[in-house]
Design a binder for this molecule. Structure first.
Ligand SMILES: [Zn+2]
Length: 85
């Protein structure tokens, strides 16, 4: 599974951030667009990515993204993984 694939299948609202696994309540458009793929991430991850691009912090490898590391989140499941931060 690639992040672009995930972006195409990301629910329009109330989906999980594919990067950190955080719930993103409300419509997808309210949240941040990832710089790495056509996917929506939560505001915090959007900010972290901006810092990564500016070279302020170390890049988080894509394999660490929740949608990749925990594929259940990519399928919209993942209740009980709530405290994954
Ligand atoms: Zn996030």
């Amino acid at each position: 599974m690639t992040l672009d694939w995930y972006g195409q299948h990301q629910p329009e609202k109330d989906c999980r951030c594919p990067r950190c696994g955080e719930m993103m309540w409300g419509p997808k458009a309210r949240h941040a667009l990832s710089r790495y793929a056509a996917i929506t991430v939560c505001d915090r991850c959007g900010m972290e990515e901006a810092l990564e691009c500016a070279g302020m912090v170390e890049k988080r490898p894509l394999v660490k993204w929740c949608a990749i590391a925990l594929p259940s989140i990519g399928r919209g499941l993942g209740e009980g993984e709530r405290d994954h931060r």
